[in-house]
Design a binder for this molecule. Structure first.
Ligand code: FMN
Length: 169
């Protein structure tokens, strides 16, 4: 058994070609995300797919002007439709559920030859107003997707031995 090539090859991309993403590709990416597991299978999520240039520029403004944000031909905003549900361990489910769904989308995007970057550096209130997200709901993360226009070095990870233990902390 080998580690999936999409996992081995993925890295955050912050320079994208302007080529729009084919509809079938974007549909498969979103489809991969909604197949993710969620606590009690509640699927308390809504994914807003943004491709219109004027909206992407407004997202860029809400992301403190970071140019690569508006440059990505597609942006998926991961939003929750419930902010209260706690899992049996007492923790909120929405950040966990949405993160897993985003991971599925990210890996499908890599499989499709796309580059991705998770973005949390944004003014949530501005994004909420832009897309009329209900007052009490949250926009947890943005996923930039597009054909990569750079090939950065992969970033280092802590050695497995330092972060994994067996049968004790
Ligand atoms: C929860 C989360 C939030 C992130 N927020 C941002 C962000 O706001 N801007 C950005 O450029 N990258 C962001 N990243 C990307 C990380 O910086 C990147 O994943 C990390 O440095 C490891 O690099 P790699 O993705 O190339 O392996 C975020 C990643 C995660 C998982």
């Amino acid at each position: 058994m080998e580690i999936l090539p999409e996992i081995l090859g993925r890295k955050s991309i912050r320079k994208f070609k302007s080529t729009p993403i084919k509809k079938e590709i974007l549909n498969r990416i979103v489809d991969a995300g909604v197949r993710a597991p969620s606590a009690k299978n509640r699927q308390e999520w809504r994914f807003i797919v943004i491709q219109k240039e004027d909206l992407r520029k407004k997202i860029q403004d809400a992301a403190f002007g970071q140019e690569y944000v508006g440059q990505a031909p597609a942006i998926i905003a991961a939003c929750t439709t419930n902010i209260d549900y706690r899992m049996p361990n007492g923790q909120l489910s929405y950040p966990v559920d949405l993160s897993i769904a985003m991971s599925f989308m990210m890996l499908q995007a890599v499989h499709e030859g796309m580059g991705t970057c998770c973005i949390t550096t944004f003014d949530e209130q501005e994004i909420k107003e832009l897309f009329t997200v209900p007052f009490s709901m949250r926009v947890v993360m943005l996923l930039l997707i597009g054909a990569p226009d750079e090939d950065p070095e992969q970033s280092a990870r802590k050695p497995v031995k330092r972060v994994v233990s067996f049968d004790h902390w």
